[in-house]
Design a protein around this ligand. Structure first.
Ligand code: GUN
Ligand code: FE
Length: 471
């Protein structure tokens, strides 16, 4: 396999230290070598090896925007895409009964599933999500169709057929026939995804008990055994809101985290969505297991009754990434989720009740900045999934997006620069440094995280292959 090259001005966040700081690395005029989807070298402008590169093999992205690693979205309900932006005014348990289960039951219709899932995968790629972790529904054919669509569209994906069998909490029109059905259909799904023609591991199956309240003990235990036997990824919801947290405590006599551990579902390949109400003991269990948490700050506003203690979790060494939680979170963009991560952390730190005195309103030392939010959206997700993506380094997959500079005309005015931003650059090695649009240090990255909309994302690559191009 011969190498291809991407020449670009890039930002990435390769490292993060215990909840405190994240260093952003900016490389002006980087040359990235990619072989068979994998990065083999990241060369700075003065690297002598660049002299030998065949110009015909180089895609030059300088002057068009900034290259960022692709986003890793750890928590998406694919069937809820039609409901995005709706049904945000009732609590979680009511929302499931009155809106979400009726919608999800429609995916017995494969044609409907096909239409929605194609639109969603296309939308997420356009929004820079190169790795997506999906809940589908209980329907085997539709869940497999989602996996096939991801494979065909070139998205790196983890897909779960949802298991839910408990008659007390699941409606008769939308539940597995029995615990055995939950377990057997999940086992069949794991096999079918792994055996899908052309699937070299780009799409992975996930064991997906919806959450403890909808699953019998027998199903949860059987799925835990399946996780041990197969080593497959696991995903579920954990301590999302007051209702769920109390429900599990009452039924199992222990926290959600402890119960999942008991069922064998807390593995180093588990993703726990939300986890808003986990305490220090839960955090210690999650850290020891090496499980990941999908922080869903936008969804949490509507369904969680509280803000997830992100900084505390990071300080305790938990693997945390971000999730849109479509459609609990009303945005299909991890850029919005990253922005909300910063905002939620500031509100947690400062507090929200103005009638309290300053200092008594919030939880001190809770804030994270845009750098940590960006790390979470890229490397944090990669670490939680244990996948070689998330930054530009040898051995990682070239999953990336090109982001046009938001509000660049405002920067031009601020810098007294008359360049109309038409993309014409002189092509010398320091074009980013002298490009008034780029600004100093990591200012531009902050602007991107705070201002960029999906329209700013010009192109997306997975494993070195272009999977979306705007216009
Ligand atoms: N808990 C169980 N199912 C769901 C779901 O679909 N969305 C969210 N946000 N929480 C859940
Ligand atoms: Fe969810």
């Amino acid at each position: 396999m011969t190498a291809i090259f991407f020449r670009a001005n890039l930002f990435h966040a390769p490292g993060h230290s215990a909840g405190q700081t994240t260093d952003i690395e900016r490389i002006d005029d980087a040359m990235i070598a990619v072989e068979d989807g994998m990065i083999t070298a990241v060369m700075p402008p003065d690297d002598p090896a660049r002299r030998d590169i065949d110009k015909a093999a180089v895609t030059d992205l300088r002057g068009k925007g900034a290259l960022l690693p692709g986003f890793v979205d750890l928590h998406i309900h694919a069937p809820q895409f039609p409901q995005l932006g709706n049904a945000l005014d009732v609590p979680l348990d009511v929302w499931l009964r009155t809106h979400t289960f009726p919608l999800e039951s429609r995916y017995s219709d494969l044609e409907f599933a096909d239409r929605v899932y194609r639109a969603l995968v296309h939308r997420l790629l356009a929004n820079g999500t190169t790795t997506a972790v999906y809940f589908a529904t209980i329907h085997q054919p539709a869940s497999l169709r989602l996996a096939e669509i991801c494979l065909g569209a070139g998205q790196r994906a983890l897909v779960g057929r949802v298991a839910m069998d408990l008659a007390e909490t699941c409606p008769s029109y939308y539940r597995d026939a029995s615990a055995e059905a939950s377990i057997d259909d999940t086992a069949d799904f794991l096999h079918a995804v792994s055996a899908m023609p052309g699937n070299n591991g780009q799409v992975m199956p996930v064991i997906t008990p919806r959450f403890i309240p909808t699953c019998s003990d027998a199903a949860l235990r059987g799925l835990g055994d399946l996780a041990a036997a197969t080593g497959a990824h696991v995903q579920t919801h954990c301590s999302e809101d007051d209702w769920e947290h109390a429900h599990v405590q009452r039924r199992c006599g222990m926290s959600d985290t402890a119960a999942l551990q008991d069922f064998g579902l807390l593995t180093d390949k588990t993703i726990l969505a939300h986890s808003t109400f986990i305490d220090d003991d839960d955090m210690a269990m999650i850290a020891a297991a090496g499980s990941g948490v999908a922080h869903c700050p936008l969804s949490n506003v509507f369904f969680s009754n509280a803000v997830f203690p992100l900084r505390r979790a990071l300080e305790k060494g938990l693997h945390v990434g971000l999730g849109t939680d479509i459609s609990g979170g009303p945005a299909a963009s991890l850029m919005d989720t990253a922005r909300m991560t910063v905002i939620a952390s500031r509100m947690l730190e400062e507090g929200v009740d103005a009638s309290l005195r300053a200092g008594a309103r919030g939880v001190p030392s809770s804030r994270v900045d845009f750098r940590t939010a960006f790390w979470l959206a890229t490397m944090g997700g990669a670490q939680a999934l244990d996948l070689p993506v998330g930054c530009f380094a040898p051995g990682r997959q070239f999953d990336a997006m090109l982001v046009r500079l938001p509000a660049d005309h405002l920067l031009d005015i601020a810098n007294g620069d008359n360049d109309s931003g038409d993309g014409k650059r002189d092509g010398t090695s320091d074009s980013m440094a002298r490009d008034a649009d780029m600004g100093p240090g990591d200012d531009l990255l902050q602007k991107i995280i705070m201002l960029a909309t999906p329209d700013h994302i010009l192109q997306t690559w997975v494993a070195g292959t272009s999977v979306h191009r705007r216009g």
